[in-house]
Ligand binder design. Structure first.
Ligand SMILES: Nc1nc2c(ncn2[C@@H]2O[C@H](COP(=O)(O)OP(=O)(O)OP(=O)(O)O)[C@@H](O)[C@H]2O)c(=O)[nH]1
Ligand SMILES: [Mg+2]
Length: 471
């Protein structure tokens, strides 16, 4: 045997002896899985309550529609958007007893240090009040001692997410039947910019010793302020997806942006709001917020409706998401569902009535006539009812249909005056020949010159100079 063939033969032996049995095992496993999948269909049909051997087309659609490759169950990070906390600023320090202050001792023991303030600071780095402590105490000012002035206490700076509203809980003067005081919240401030700060409790001033001044205006140290606060987070976003449970909101957000969380066939798979960012090539950004599902009565906090709707407060447009592939067994009309959702949003906050809105029909990939029928009827009935054209888009998050149109409409709703981002136009000789888009010498007629538009027409000779009359 020639030497060069030896390794090749060895490889063939190896593949026969070791690889072939392994491949056979793989093939057997694949065949078994395929057989199991084929057996599964009647099982799923039975679970859905379909008993006959030949299900109707509607039932088939429903059956295949729920068949799913679900996302891996993702942990949704706990989210806290409303808390109560008590803040206490530091007290002022006492001066050293009987200390003397002289002109050559301007910062001597006659002074106590000032107490630290409690300051809230907005940041984009955190998203909720999860790690905010319930009690905050700033440092007290130090007492004056020996020959030195008391040290001022350090400020306590608490970072809170952007979109936080600060309310102070003020004693209303009334008590409950058990004698507990009733506090009512009063608005103080809201954070809309990164690194914005607000002092919620001021530290006390340090005391001045009794013999500090000859005129005797000594001062006792004062106490730091105490504040009972209520912090509420209303997320910063440009548009919100509002819809019933299982309408496909999270799938849509995941298809449109990089935000990704639990998507599942069960209702209320989303338990907290998520914000995804859509970035355009001209650096415009749209923050889209996905909310948990809403149901009728949400404005009365049914199924935590008010706590969900609070995040629509800062959005500039609302997108109502409805599942248009609802098959034959749909209980509700699509238009009724859209109107119910809008009504709930408006009842929660009347400002929502003035926001531009659109309707997004989801799951249009399901092979059924219903998506088209529902979308069509929605568009015409909305137009008849509201006079203006309400944008209605059909989408499929699973197959990426209608997403560009959705994004374009959202952008038009949020930034109606801004030009739309268009791909750059290729070099077109026709374009280059028009005035104002010249890239080379322009040789055509210039319309502004009127009858001398053609450059070959000689311009008229200048008027002969008229001799000036001398006085
Ligand atoms: N066929 C199809 N199924 C979809 C589409 N979008 C979502 N689904 C399915 O619909 C189900 C619900 O999707 P989600 O995105 O979790 O719906 P949701 O509105 O966020 O639901 P909640 O968070 O519970 O309110 C999941 O089983 C998805 O796989 C789609 O475009 N086509
Ligand atoms: Mg969801």
């Amino acid at each position: 045997m020639p030497r060069a063939l030896a390794p090749a033969l060895c490889l063939r032996c190896y593949s026969r002896a070791i690889l072939a049995p392994q491949l056979r095992r793989f093939a057997d496993a694949a065949a078994l899985a395929a057989r199991e999948r084929a057996d599964e269909l009647p099982e799923r049909a039975r679970n859905k309550g379909i008993s006959s051997a030949d299900p109707s087309p509607g039932q088939v659609v429903e059956l295949f529609g729920t068949e799913d490759v679900e996302s891996f169950p993702r942990l949704q990070k706990p989210f806290v958007d409303r808390i109560w906390l008590s803040a206490k600023a530091g007290n002022g320090g006492s001066p050293a007893p009987n200390a003397n202050r002289r002109p050559h001792l301007p910062t001597g023991p006659g002074y106590g240090g000032h107490g630290g303030n409690v300051i809230l600071k907005a940041t984009t780095q955190i998203e909720s009040f999860l790690d905010v402590p319930e009690k905050i105490n700033a440092e007290h000012g130090g007492d004056g001692h020996d020959s030195s002035r008391g040290k001022s206490g350090k400020d306590y700076v608490l970072q809170v997410p952007l979109g936080t509203i600060i309310r102070e809980r003020v004693f209303s003067g009334e008590r409950t039947s058990e004698g507990r005081r009733i506090f009512l919240p009063q608005f103080r401030y809201q954070f809309l910019r990164h690194e914005d700060t607000y002092i919620v409790a001021r530290g006390g001033t340090g005391g001045i010793g009794p013999k500090s001044f000859k005129k005797g205006d000594s001062r006792r140290p004062t106490h730091g302020q105490r504040a009972r606060l209520e912090l509420e987070l209303r997320l910063m976003n440009d548009a919100t997806l509002v819809g019933m449970p299982n309408a496909g909101k999270t799938s849509l957000l995941a298809a449109l942006s990089r935000a990704h969380t639990r998507i599942g066939p069960e209702e209320f798979s989303t338990t907290r709001p998520h914000v995804g960012v859509i970035k355009f090539r001209d650096r415009v950004e749209i923050r889209l917020c996905d909310l948990p599902g809403l149901s009728e009565g949400a404005h009365e906090d049914k199924l935590m409706g008010r706590r969900i709707l609070r995040h629509t407060y800062r959005s500039r447009a609302l997108a109502f998401v409805v599942n248009v592939a609802r098959g034959e067994s749909s209980e509700h009309d699509v238009l009724a569902e859209v109107e119910m959702l809008r009504e709930e949003a408006i009842r929660f906050d009347p400002l929502n009535a003035e926001k531009p809105w659109m309707v997004i029909g989801t799951k249009c990939d399901l092979l059924h006539r219903d998506p088209l029928f529902h979308l069509d009827s929605l568009f015409y009935r909305l137009r008849a009812r509201y006079g203006a054209e309400v944008p209605v888009v059909g989408t499929s998050s699973r197959f990426g249909l209608g997403l560009t149109r959705t994004v374009r409409i959202l952008r038009q709703l949020i930034y109606p005056d801004m030009l739309e981002a268009r791909p750059r136009l290729g070099a077109d000789p026709e374009l280059q020949r028009q005035p104002k888009v010249l890239h080379g010498p322009y040789l055509g007629p210039l319309p502004s010159l009127g009858e001398y538009a053609d450059p070959r027409t000689p311009l008229p000779a200048p008027e002969p100079d008229v001799p000036k009359l001398t006085p």
